[in-house]
Design a protein around this ligand. Structure first.
Ligand code: NAD
Length: 486
């Protein structure tokens, strides 16, 4: 097994622009930390506005030849990248645990999930097709063809350092678009190592460019305003997404927005409680609660809420907190001390308003940004925790009596990413598909992400879909051509 030191020695620390690694202008660097220890892992290039412009130049220059590369050839590069990722699985998993804090087993799961986008879109590349027909008047032919939108700017968050990048890069490349990727400054190492993997897989220079920066707004602004850019795909918080949509208006960019969530997790009186408890633990504590799909509000029928709460508390008591590299750890550190402070404030606010805190809910002594997983019940209406995205290991429970009341509570949010429903009634399950205002739903399951499925939200959780048959269309435009018949 590779040691941490050996792995870090392999990670490129420059900017990846036009197929080469280079230092940032003025040799500026930014430090990347291990949230489990607070120590610096590596210093990497800190891009300036000029570096961002160089990346945009490279993507624009490579666009025509990449679009002209046969779809099969593009797909085969993605497939080679998938294979290389399997070979380097252990390294990518360890790297994500080091820079983001998630337990190693979950990091391994992310290598699988993130890799599936490479495989899926390697297959989709060759399946693109348009349609042809004669117009209803019988006077002309109508050809509908698909074309790459062009250079795309991809901005990713820190919580899934590999999967959020592959979920955008793979469909963009499959469609024939070149990209500039800007990963989050908190977890950029995985993207840098992944850029090297793409180069090793045979990706031509300039097709993928990676800029890491501590000045995300200053570096992104000119790229978004560049008239050669055609597409902005963003995953992150709703507030930043709203600002980026505004900026995208200038050049009427195509945008894909994967934004925040406030997922309801409804447990009906007819639920299989064993399954509901397992689903709840997965939906809440995966990634230490730091997932857009994390269940935020547990809406549990009054007849089962006491038992559900008791069983959850018992399981949370058994969770092992520690550095993600340690055997058996299920709760690693939060991403930084700000995240710990926010989780603490949300718990305190809920308790002050009358909720019962059953376990956890406090910052733990460092080094590292640790927070003890918490369970709250009887959370009162108006509590911040019901309105805000928690992004931490806090499970907040409210109860309800009728189906109408449960649905109303679930929909009482401006977000609409995912919902979870536990019921053994098929008819009720079907009713919930229609009733819940979310882009995705888990019916008797606590984890829904899959490369073959369209991932995305409604309301303020976003625009567009990633993955599935839909994902590649975010990077294609439709052209219709009319010609005389015969
Ligand atoms: P964030 O919005 O703070 O940052 C996301 C990315 O945007 C980072 O790369 C950051 O550097 C960059 N950024 C921030 N301000 C910017 C600006 N003004 N201009 C350009 N870029 C800017 O989010 P985060 O804290 O990294 O991630 C957590 C958030 O992401 C949560 O809200 C979570 O729900 C959301 N998320 C959503 C999905 C989804 O698929 N819907 C998936 C993962 C995370």
């Amino acid at each position: 097994m590779i040691t941490e030191k050996e792995l870090l020695a392999k990670i490129p620390t420059g900017l990846f622009i036009n197929g080469t690694w280079r230092a940032a202008a003025g040799e500026k660097t930014l430090d990347v930390y291990d949230p489990a220890t607070g120590e610096v892992l590596l210093a990497i290039a800190d891009a300036s506005v000029a570096d961002g412009a160089a990346a945009m130049d490279a993507a624009a220059a490579a666009q025509a030849s990449w679009a002209a590369t046969p779809a099969r050839a593009r797909g085969e590069i993605l497939r080679r990248a998938f294979d290389l990722l399997q070979e380097r699985r252990e390294e990518f998993a360890l790297l994500m645990t080091l820079e983001m804090g998630k337990p190693l087993a979950e990091a391994n799961g992310e290598v699988t999930y993130g890799g599936e986008f490479l495989r899926w879109f390697s297959e989709e590349a060759a399946r693109l097709s348009g349609r042809y027909g004669v117009n209803p008047e019988g006077t002309g032919t109508m050809t509908v063809s698909l074309h790459p939108v062009g250079p795309s700017f991809l901005i990713t968050p820190w919580n899934f350092p590999l999967a959020m990048a592959t979920r955008k890069i793979a469909p963009a490349l499959a469609a024939g678009c070149t990209v500039v990727l800007k990963p989050a400054a908190l977890t950029p190492l995985t993207s840098l190592y992944f850029a090297q993997l793409l180069a090793d897989a045979g990706l031509p220079a300039g097709v993928v460019n990676v800029v890491t920066t501590s000045s995300s707004s200053a570096v992104s602004g000119p790229i978004i305003s560049d008239s050669r850019l055609r597409k902005l795909s963003f995953t992150g918080s709703t507030g930043v997404g709203q600002s980026l949509i505004t900026q995208s208006a200038e050049n009427v960019l195509r945008t894909s927005m994967e934004l925040g969530g406030n997922a309801p997790f409804i447990v009906f009186e007819d639920a299989d409680l064993d399954a509901a408890v397992e689903g709840a633990l997965a939906a809440k504590f995966r990634n230490i609660g730091q997932a857009c799909t994390a269940a935020n509000r547990f809406i549990v029928h009054e007849s089962v809420v006491a038992e559900f709460t008791e069983r959850i508390v018992e399981r949370v008591r058994a969770m092992k907190i520690g550095r993600g590299t340690e055997e058996g750890v299920t709760i690693g550190p939060l991403i930084d001390d700000r995240a710990v402070a926010k989780a603490t404030e949300l718990v305190n606010d809920a308790v002050e308003r009358g909720a019962t805190l059953h376990i956890g809910g406090a910052a733990l002594e460092g080094p590292g940004s640790y927070f003890s997983p918490a369970v709250l019940s009887d959370v009162r209406p108006g509590s911040d925790i019901l309105r805000e995205e928690i992004f931490g290991p806090v499970l907040a429970i409210v109860s309800f009596s009728t189906e109408e009341e449960g649905v109303a509570l679930a929909n009482d949010t401006e977000y609409g990413l995912v919902s979870y429903v536990f019921t053994q009634s098929a008819a009720r399950g079907q009713r919930m598909i229609g009733a819940l205002e979310t882009g995705m739903m888990g019916l008797n399951v606590g984890v829904i992400s899959n490369a073959a499925a369209p991932f995305g939200g409604v309301k303020q959780s976003g625009i567009g879909r990633e993955g599935g048959a839909e994902g590649i269309h975010e990077y294609l435009y439709t052209k219709y051509t009319m010609a005389p018949l015969g």
